[in-house]
Ligand binder design. Sequence first.
Ligand SMILES: Nc1ncnc2c1ncn2[C@@H]1O[C@H](COP(=O)(O)OP(=O)(O)O)[C@@H](O)[C@H]1O
Ligand SMILES: Cc1ncc(COP(=O)(O)O)c(C=O)c1O
Length: 272
Amino acid sequence: MAQKNVLKVLTIAGSDSLAGGGLQADLATFAQAGLAGFSALTAIVTIDPEDVQVFGVDDAILAAQLRSLNQIDDFAAIKVGLLTSVTQLDLVVDFLRQQTCPIVVDPVLALKEGELAENPALVAAYRERLLPLATVITPNLNEAALLSDQSVKDIQNTSDLTAIALGLSQTGRTAALVKGGLGFLSDETLDVLVKGEEVSNLSLPALPADSFINGAGCTLAAAVTANLALGHDLKAAVSLAQNFVHQAIQAGYPINSNRLDGNVFQPGQPSQ
Ligand SMILES: Nc1ncnc2c1ncn2[C@@H]1O[C@H](COP(=O)(O)OP(=O)(O)O)[C@@H](O)[C@H]1O
Ligand SMILES: Cc1ncc(COP(=O)(O)O)c(C=O)c1O
């Protein structure tokens, strides 16, 4: 029998050929949550030990995907990942302005997998036009610094982390989850969530620093998206998503027999 109450979620993101992050992580996470995942591809990313290459899709191809997605009038939540140009960002902004569901923006401006070219015009466009449309943004430490015009070296302790999250939340007119990860507390991770005046320090036991974590950031933002689609409030959505990523890191796997690099793996359900 046809199921009419399937929740639909969308990711606008790049493809990670090595399948750790990007669209692949997002759709895997949505599937684990029992949601129907839709996608618009912005780029194809290839990662070699010495090089990350980003092949942005043509603007006309992104625009056509977004036009076709306009047929769907009941997305339960939307996630935005890698965008490669100001033109791509503005196409996405125009699409998002017609939506009423929660929107999670993961500003993919700095990868732990390798260097991305700096693009100050894109950073400015994020700040001015995309962040204000988000329910929550999920930058890592480097991305938070870029979006705040600060050096990551200035984020030394928990009060610096809180200050940058508060600043981003105010300038972006959105809630902000800044992923501090390891390095702030001795044997716990620290991610800071700011919503309005409320600051939550969210910690979990640190897993070994050499864990296979490619895709951890995308999986976290996708799980937050899934949990918002399922009706959780923001703080619960984030906290459940953190637990999911913790499990996904523990289930991580190496991509080859050198065992130097590897991906998270999404077992279980993001909302439990
Ligand atoms: N070694 C670790 N142990 C436990 N959690 C981790 C570890 N490294 C990262 N995380 C968590 O994984 C999530 C993604 O963080 P991070 O890898 O810094 O983001 P990104 O992939 O965007 O750079 C965060 O919730 C962070 O706290
Ligand atoms: C297309 C794309 N988006 C996002 C990311 C970020 O991945 P992570 O979740 O490891 O931060 C990657 C990493 O390779 C990627 O290729």
